[in-house]
Design a protein around this ligand. Structure first.
Ligand SMILES: [Zn+2]
Length: 490
């Protein structure tokens, strides 16, 4: 860290020849030292707040380079259009590991694979129709991890609830033998005010645990309203998990339009019967890998700033916003640093995590390996990018109070890209959560979240949703922040 020497200011204490010199010299020297110390402290504080001029100027270079020469979109285009959907355990997920490893190596980086066993769930046929209403089609999709229905499907009455309290009140007498329909919409006021992730967290609980709650009261299947902030009759999938204490029942998500249809019919007091066919399979676990590459630190190579996104995606779309974009930002950050010949004092390690969507096995594998090597505390920051690639608006971070304010000042160079705001949050990303739970400071890149859940986990998560300019802006923000922390520390 370069610290400017404090300039001495002429003062009465520097005059010589005073008749009181002998008696005042000691006092003057003391005052001078105090003033000197105060100036030094002020400058040191300013430098600590703002980071070194050297780091700021390199961050500028990184931003300039990425905004003018980004290859992020080209890389994402291969991942999404050429390789396609990348659900854990699938052939495509394996191809994504191979291709990203090779590409990073072609860029002169030392990419390695960290082997990890992942689940292998395969979607089958999915079909829904209202046998009570002229076999109208219900557009739905199986939730990841769901078991299958019998081959000829399930036909049962639908009962609607909007909370677990309602479910409990209805009880076994009303629920047994039926298909439970969880109908809770995302809070659109929250979404539109920029709190889309909080709205998602509120609405997603039925997707995760609704099937087992319904099974507790004897339901034969559960169907949720898609967790969506917009819909063109596209169902949103996502992971669900079974409570081992309850019977396993099939679980699906229908589009918001179909949820509204079923709701309207039930509101008329009509009996609604749904025929549901789902044929997913859970196959044996498959060996896959996290892809890891780094720019070694010049002074403290054992200290690591981790940047991570996930390589796997859901199978319905091609995982452009979730999270091909994030994976590519990580790759591109390493490429840019390599290309510019910028080597920070600490290591920047890029990790393309496997299996974020339906298991988080890659995130746990990375953490467990670091823990076994006693390297967790060597991670000085973990920055995750798993929130799409709309124009960047800031970072969430586990930093609070003065540390948060300091970071906002230090990262002021990022305001050239967009008005980047740092906001405190306990959770800054799923793959890095084992690290942040262990006390590693976390950061999460936040692109404008207002339309993320329009496409998230749907067949519409495709490359056309990505604006190349915004992708480059996000990459520039990620790369510059990672570099500033790696160069000047946290
Ligand atoms: Zn994701």
């Amino acid at each position: 860290m370069a610290i400017a020497r404090p300039a001495w200011r002429a003062s009465t204490c520097s005059r010589s020849g005073s008749r009181f010199m002998s008696t005042t010299r000691a006092i003057c020297r003391g005052r001078k030292l105090i003033r000197s110390y105060k100036r030094f402290a002020a400058i040191a504080a300013a430098v600590l707040c703002s980071g070194s001029a050297f780091a700021q100027s390199n961050a500028d270079r990184i931003i300039d380079y990425e905004l003018a020469n980004s290859r992020a979109y080209e890389t994402l285009s291969h991942l999404t259009d050429n390789i396609g959907p990348r659900l854990s355990g699938s052939k495509n997920a394996g191809l994504a590991v191979t291709w990203t490893t090779k590409t990073l190596r072609d860029w002169g980086l030392n990419a390695q694979n960290q082997a990890v066993m992942v689940p292998h769930w395969v979607r089958g046929v999915e079909h829904g129709s209202l046998v009570s209403h002229n076999d109208q089609k219900i557009v739905l999709t199986a939730l990841g991890g769901s078991i299958a229905t019998p081959a000829n499907g399930i036909t049962a009455d639908v009962i609607e609830v909007a909370s677990y309290d309602e479910l409990a009140k209805l009880g076994r007498a009303k629920i047994a033998g039926k298909i439970v329909f969880y109908n809770r919409a995302m809070d659109m006021q929250m979404v539109e005010s920029g709190q889309a992730f909080a709205a998602y967290s509120e609405a997603v609980e039925f997707r995760s645990t609704g099937a087992s709650h319904a099974a507790e009261y004897g339901a034969v299947a559960s169907v949720i309203r898609s967790v969506a902030s917009a819909s063109l009759r596209t169902p949103h999938t996502g992971a669900m998990r079974y409570d081992e204490k309850q019977p396993k029942i099939p679980a699906a998500a229908m589009t918001t339009e179909d949820a509204d249809l079923v709701h309207r019919l039930l509101a008329k007091g009509e009996r609604v019967r749904l025929h549901l066919v789902l044929t997913p399979k859970t196959l044996p676990d498959v060996e896959s890998a996290n892809v890891i590459a780094e720019i070694r630190g010049s002074e403290h190579p054992d200290e690591v700033v981790l940047i991570g996104g996930h390589l796997d995606s859901w199978d319905l779309g091609t995982g452009a916003i979730d999270d091909g974009a994030g994976a590519v930002m990580v790759m591109e950050t390493l490429r840019v640093l390599k290309e510019l010949g910028i080597q920070p004092k600490r290591t920047i390690r890029g990790v393309l995590f496997m299996n974020e969507e339906n298991g988080l096995r890659g995130g746990h594998k990375y953490f467990d390996t670091a823990a076994a090597r006693e390297e967790v505390h060597k991670h000085i920051a973990a920055i995750e990018t798993d929130a799409g690639a709309a124009p960047p608006v800031g970072f969430i971070t586990t930093l609070e109070g003065a540390a948060l304010s300091r970071m906002q000042i230090r990262a002021r160079v990022l305001s050239r890209i967009a008005p980047i705001v740092f906001t405190s949050s306990k959770h800054t990303g799923a793959d890095t959560s084992p690290l942040t739970d262990a006390g590693v400071p976390g950061f999460g890149l936040v692109p404008d979240p207002r339309h993320y859940f329009d496409f998230h986990h749907t067949p519409a998560d495709t490359l056309d949703k990505i604006d190349p300019k915004a992708l480059a802006q996000n990459t520039a923000a990620l790369a510059a922040l990672a570099y500033l922390i790696a160069e000047d520390g946290l």
